[in-house]
Design a protein around this ligand. Structure first.
Ligand SMILES: [Zn+2]
Ligand SMILES: [Zn+2]
Length: 259
């Protein structure tokens, strides 16, 4: 119970930190005309989803990781245990980013997964507070794979804590109402404009630019769309549920897949 309270409070602190960082940034450098107040549901998602993600990672995924660890060859675990901590951390990051890319791509092509992931694509105005508009099942799908390899291989997650906080802030930054790309470096590191193209309502979006941090994964796997100008419209091709409860219930999804 103490762990749950710690997670709940740290999610609230993260929301406060994001408000302090990104609200002034958006008000000074907004890329598009002020779209008005964010829906209340987005504030609930912003608090609830990191809470659910952290809880699932530290309980269910840690448990699954322990089972998987018992099934892995002892030679692999010894090899991993003998590596310096920074090699273990680097390997955990690479595995997490690779999983993140493919889990996201699958969420756009497997109808059952798209049913949940389309909640994230119902965003019609990019804002920092919309970053965590996701169905809880979509959160669990993403968090499970990203953390499972590290738990199974017995990687010490403490050195990763600072990076995890940075990555969470970076995800919020990618969804903010800001327009920036990084020139040539944008082929390696995801920028807000790179991710905004993934939310494009037209034909280009949704099957492009899946990576969360390293856009070079899209480059390697052939899904890179160069962010040479900002997209014009965001959202799903068909109307999507509005309001927190409707988004969680995902009633009557249209017969579409994320393309
Ligand atoms: Zn997004
Ligand atoms: Zn997506």
């Amino acid at each position: 119970m103490a762990l749950l309270w710690q997670i709940v409070l740290s999610s609230l602190a993260f929301m406060g930190l994001s408000l302090l960082l990104f609200a002034p940034l958006e008000s000074q450098l907004s890329a598009r005309k002020n779209p008005g107040r964010a829906p209340w549901g987005d504030w609930i998602h912003f608090w609830a989803n990191p809470t659910i993600g952290a809880w699932v990672a530290l309980t269910g995924i840690a448990f699954l990781g322990a089972i998987l660890r018992a099934l892995l060859p002892a030679s692999l675990l010894h090899w991993m245990g003998d590596r310096p901590w920074w090699v273990q951390v680097l390997l955990a990051l690479v595995l997490a980013e690779l999983w993140g890319y493919w889990a996201h791509r699958l969420a756009h092509s497997v109808p059952l997964l798209w049913r949940f992931h389309r909640v994230h694509h119902s965003i019609e105005h990019m804002r920092w507070v919309s970053a965590h508009r996701q169905h809880p099942i979509d959160v669990i799908w993403t968090v499970a794979g990203a953390n499972l390899p590290a738990f199974a291989l017995g990687v010490d997650l403490r050195p990763l804590a600072a990076f995890i906080l940075f990555e969470r802030c970076y995800t919020v930054f990618l969804h903010a109402n800001l327009d920036c790309s990084y020139g040539c470096a944008g082929r390696f590191i995801a920028s807000p404009r790179f991710h905004h193209w993934h939310h494009d309502a037209g034909e280009t979006g949704q099957q492009r630019n899946f990576a969360g941090m390293f856009s070079c994964l899209d480059w390697i796997f052939g899904t890179y769309h160069p962010p040479d100008r900002p997209p014009e419209k965001f959202g799903c091709p068909t109307p999507t549920p509005q309001g927190y409860v409707n988004q969680i219930l995902t009633r009557d999804p249209p017969g579409e897949i994320g393309n």
